[in-house]
Design a protein around this ligand. Structure first.
Ligand SMILES: [Ca+2]
Ligand SMILES: [Ca+2]
Length: 330
């Protein structure tokens, strides 16, 4: 029937296909983002801890010897997969479901889940953390950490001290933690040699990727967000006079701006008014805030703030994954 319609009226077939695609929810996924932004999304996802990795590369954070369950999810075609984690111990292995025991030695371990049908894979860069208990007198191997608050804010778990720290060496700052971000971007700005330490949350990385994808779809063509401030040790956070319970101290916040045209170390003139000011931060803020009620944003509920230019920084937007809604600066 389709062929006979095609012969009679090719234009009508085009519209039928387009309508069917919309009904199937396919347009948003298959339509390229303006300017060719590559989101790095995979055609399946891997669930681990309380996260879902939907990108071809994502970071996870575990304690030495911790058992982690990885499961393939969101695979509509029920294909076969294999997991390779050469340095860990595979305790359980099925076609879509594995339990992997992390090594006890601090470092980054690549765990790759590969679709056996087409070779597509998701690389999970799993960081084995240095346990929090190794902080002595506010320092970890000489690196200043400071002290986390004794009492979590409002008794919330997210304000308890982190379980451990990623060890950043001279060799690993360029490790990909998601398609468009690397480990070193989240280092605290305090001065020191290596090793350095940081806290980072997979949920923040997922949110930053989602923000990047969303602003590209809104017409701002950029392959990266500049992270002005990622992790802050409690020591540094106090030194710069910031509030004690800043989400930066728990690795769940990033201050970011778009700096691609031109790349000059400051926010681009996104609203094209010839000035670099809070109105450019507001462009990013609005794009995120206008969509926040959509279901896809549910895992990323948290803080959003916009900041004006000061003597020490240009305009930027703060995003975090605190788990409840907060807004400021608008
Ligand atoms: Ca710029
Ligand atoms: Ca502007």
């Amino acid at each position: 029937m389709t062929i006979s319609i095609l012969r009679r009226n090719p234009l009508r077939v085009f519209f039928l296909v387009a309508i069917a695609s919309v009904l199937a929810g396919g347009i948003a996924i298959s339509q390229p983002t303006p300017g060719g932004f590559a989101s790095g999304r995979a055609s399946f996802a891997v669930a681990f801890q309380d996260e879902v990795a939907r990108y071809r590369v994502m970071a996870g954070f575990v304690l030495p010897g911790e058992e982690v369950r990885f499961r393939v999810v969101e695979d509509e075609r029920n294909r076969s997969f294999q997991l390779e984690g050469p340095d860990g111990l595979l305790l359980k292995s099925r076609a879509h479901d594995w339990v992997w025991q992390a090594p006890v030695v601090t470092g980054v371990y690549p765990v790759r889940v590969t679709c056996q049908d087409n070779g597509e894979s998701i690389l999970l860069n799993v960081f084995v953390l240095v346990p929090f208990s190794q902080v002595v007198n506010g320092r970890l191997n000489g690196y200043r950490i400071g002290s986390y608050p004794d009492k979590p804010l409002k008794g919330l778990d997210i304000y308890k001290p982190p379980v451990g720290f990623v060890e950043v060496t001279a060799e690993n700052p360029n490790t990909a933690v998601s398609p468009h971000f690397t480990l070193g971007q989240f280092l605290c700005k305090q001065e020191s040699g290596y090793p350095k330490y940081l806290v980072l949350r997979t949920r923040l990385l997922r949110k930053l990727e989602f923000v990047l994808q969303t602003i590209n779809r809104a017409g701002i063509r950029c392959d990266q967000l500049t992270v002005m401030s990622g992790y802050r040790t409690p020591w540094y956070n106090k030194a710069i006079g910031n509030v004690q319970y800043s989400r930066h101290v728990w690795g769940g916040a990033a201050d970011v701006y778009v700096d691609v045209d031109p790349i000059d170390g400051q926010m681009d003139d996104l609203n094209k008014d010839g000035k670099i000011d809070i109105k450019d931060a507001a462009v990013v803020y609005r794009i995120i805030d206008d969509r926040f009620s959509e279901d896809a944003w549910t895992p990323f509920v948290g803080g959003l703030g916009q900041y004006r230019v000061t003597a020490s920084h240009g305009p930027f937007v703060h995003v975090d994954v605190r788990g409840f809604r907060a807004r400021w600066g608008d």
